[in-house]
Design a protein around this ligand. Structure first.
Ligand SMILES: [Cu+2]
Length: 123
């Protein structure tokens, strides 16, 4: 009987640990569409790499490229047919048209840098 309770507690604890580590959702950065969203390009990652934006509004992203490697010189929104050359150590403005609800990936040309735009209805 006692052993059964201990097993159950162990299982609960395991569930809690799994929930703690895998249940945490990536941080969504939501901002009004009128305000440009800053995206840092450095050390192989976009920061933030996960950006929430409202549907049906144009979005302006400001990419600040700190990575001198040629890998980081382009950002490509494959699903939208939009790409831009990023100048080193300065801001590059990328304006996206009003988007439909969904997720849109953006990457460098070799897809080492990866980010996602999550477009949701009215936030
Ligand atoms: Cu690359």
């Amino acid at each position: 009987m006692m052993l059964w309770v201990i097993n159950l507690l162990g299982l609960l604890l395991l569930g809690l640990i799994i929930w703690w580590f895998w249940g945490v959702r990536p941080q969504v950065k939501a901002m009004p569409a009128t305000q440009p969203i800053e995206v840092l390009v450095a050390d192989g990652v976009y920061v933030p790499a996960f950006i929430g934006v409202p549907a049906g509004q144009g979005v302006t992203l400001h990419f600040l490229r700190k990575d001198p490697s040629p890998c980081a010189e382009k950002v490509i929104f494959a699903g939208l047919g939009i790409s831009a050359d990023l100048a080193l150590n300065s801001h590059t403005e990328v304006t996206l048209p009003p988007l439909a609800v969904g997720e849109y990936e953006f990457t460098c040309q070799m897809q080492m840098y990866r980010g996602r735009l999550k477009v949701t209805q009215e936030m």
